[in-house]
Design a protein around this ligand. Structure first.
Ligand code: ATP
Ligand code: GLN
Length: 146
């Protein structure tokens, strides 16, 4: 698997310990994006089917010759990924690498600072709640100690 170097992202404003990477992408690229993220230890991901329009405008996606939407909105998938600050740039770079075709309609990524993370099962907050067993941080520390 690719080694994603920790990047400090010192310029992110406002500053936070965690950020949500919210990516609006082409539906048929989601499988490729999510498996690449999984390989780098990103295990917490939420996806939703959404519709929208941007520069792609009324141009509908076509798959197997049939249109996804009948109006001016184009079917997209929204991926929401909450990560720690040092993982933000690696996740963004991976999404671009896997989702980009170079054609209009590739999508957009929004970065949102997150105040806190709470794990419902345990009530843990902050880093304890955001960390996932076998996740990216575990993989990185295993690499640096071996
Ligand atoms: P537990 O250890 O109690 O299972 P968990 O941290 O593994 O807690 P889940 O309960 O498995 O969390 O997560 C529930 C849902 O929350 C997931 O299906 C996913 O949609 C979403 N989710 C969890 N972590 C993240 C994250 N870091 N970013 C985005 N979505 C997440
Ligand atoms: N930051 C978490 C970790 O390193 C992973 C977050 C995620 O999978 N979205 O364990």
């Amino acid at each position: 698997f690719p080694i994603i170097r920790a990047q400090s992202s010192p310029d992110l404003v406002p500053d936070a310990n965690f950020y949500k990477v919210e990516a609006i992408l082409r539906p048929w690229r989601i499988q490729q994006v999510s498996s690449a993220l999984l390989k780098m230890g990103i295990r917490g991901v939420t996806v939703s089917d959404v519709r929208g329009f941007g520069a792609q405008g009324g141009l509908t996606e076509r798959q197997a010759g049939s249109e996804f939407s009948e109006d001016k909105f184009v079917a997209k998938v929204k991926m929401e990924i909450v990560v720690s600050k040092d993982q933000v740039e690696g996740v963004i770079a991976k999404i671009i690498e896997e989702a980009r075709t170079g054609e209009i309609g590739d999508g957009k990524i929004f970065l949102i600072p997150i105040s806190d993370v709470i794990r419902v099962r345990t009530g843990e907050r902050g880093e304890k709640a955001e960390r996932m067993v076998g996740g990216h941080a575990d993989m990185s520390s295993a690499l640096s100690t071996s």
